[in-house]
Design a protein around this ligand. Structure first.
Ligand SMILES: Nc1nc2c(ncn2[C@@H]2O[C@H](COP(=O)(O)OP(=O)(O)OP(=O)(O)O)[C@@H](O)[C@H]2O)c(=O)[nH]1
Ligand SMILES: [Mg+2]
Length: 293
């Protein structure tokens, strides 16, 4: 049975369940009770800032610590989708045969790239499967980077030196989501300037009393990755059990809201057909509204 194989740790059963979730099946009841203990790290930033390359390096470091790692890439354009770029395929292939690593890409919701309730269900499945760390890569355009901060325990915002005025490049509300800034591609000129800019402008983020640090990395060469992991650990220590609990409550709230939104969307579709009756005065809009429940 699929669920038994899943519980027995068969990655093919996990992949199958994720496919079923994606096609709209409900989350299996038998898996709901399994504990949720994975650390969830959100990695977001502009297109091409090096998120996948960085993720690949983080996987490597975590594997060195013998942690089991899953990656969700929420973006159709991500190299994780199957490697439009040959280089990415080669780069990812080093983890392909590692049973402690599971990588899956998921379509984002609409053009804004928000995190959908399906993505959250996949996250739950990965947690239930027993991964120690789950990395979620989202492209920082539109809604996704704000969503990611609602579901991750730690949110990493990736910037690059060639972004011009890096801090101004993001729209209001985005800088605030970062628990940790990464200035990637630090081999390019201007990295120190971006770090200075961050230090000058960044105030407290969403974690109380936590000043988000800026870590310089060269993801291509694997430089600065140990420092990034240390920053993640510092943030974890800062959160403590209470802070971590807060984050998880936040994630559950987000998940609940997503489910409600999906439900409301469905009901709206049903109700739209009946709007002509409201227009012709056969029934009131309020009556129609009440009939939806
Ligand atoms: N010079 C330099 N190039 C890098 C570095 N890290 C990544 N790159 C390159 O930047 C390009 C984009 O890297 P990706 O990891 O695909 O970036 P991404 O943010 O995942 O891109 P999207 O998922 O498409 O938004 C690739 O050609 C990488 O090789 C770095 O530290 N220095
Ligand atoms: Mg990518």
């Amino acid at each position: 049975m699929l669920i038994e194989r899943f519980k027995g740790g068969d990655p093919r059963a996990l992949a199958r369940i994720i496919t079923l979730l994606e096609s709209g099946e409900d989350f299996p009841e038998e898996l709901r009770q399994l504990p949720r203990t994975a650390r969830v790290i959100g990695i977001t930033g502009s297109p091409g800032s090096g998120k996948s390359t960085l993720t690949d390096q983080i996987i490597q470091e975590l594997r060195n610590l013998d942690l089991r790692v899953a990656v969700i890439a929420v973006d159709p354009s991500s190299p994780f989708t199957g490697g439009a770029i040959l280089g990415d395929r080669i780069r990812m292939s080093r983890h392909a045969l590692d049973s402690g690593v599971f990588i899956r890409s998921l379509a984002s919701r609409g053009a804004l790239g928000g995190v959908s309730s399906k993505t959250l269900q996949v996250l739950s499945a990965l947690e239930a499967f027993g991964f120690d760390v789950i990395l979620i890569e989202t492209v920082g355009v539109g809604q996704s980077e704000v969503d990611i901060a609602s579901i991750a325990d730690h949110t990493v915002l990736v910037l690059t030196p060639n972004q011009g005025d890096a801090v101004q490049a993001f729209k209001a509300g985005v800088m605030e989501i970062a628990d940790i800034f990464v200035v990637n591609k630090c081999d390019l000129p201007g990295a120190d300037r971006v770090v200075r800019e961050l230090h000058a402008t960044v105030t407290l983020g969403i974690t109380p009393d936590w000043m988000p640090p800026a870590v310089k990395t060269n993801a291509q060469k694997g430089e600065g990755i140990a420092e990034l992991l240390q920053a993640l650990q510092d943030h974890r220590d800062h959160l403590g059990e209470e802070g971590l609990r807060e984050r998880r409550l936040h994630r559950l709230r987000f998940e609940l809201r997503s489910l409600l939104e999906d439900w409301a969307q469905g009901r709206l579709k049903d109700a739209e057909n009946q709007l002509p009756e409201v227009l012709s005065g056969k029934r009131s809009l309020h009556e129609l509204f009440l009939s939806l429940f």
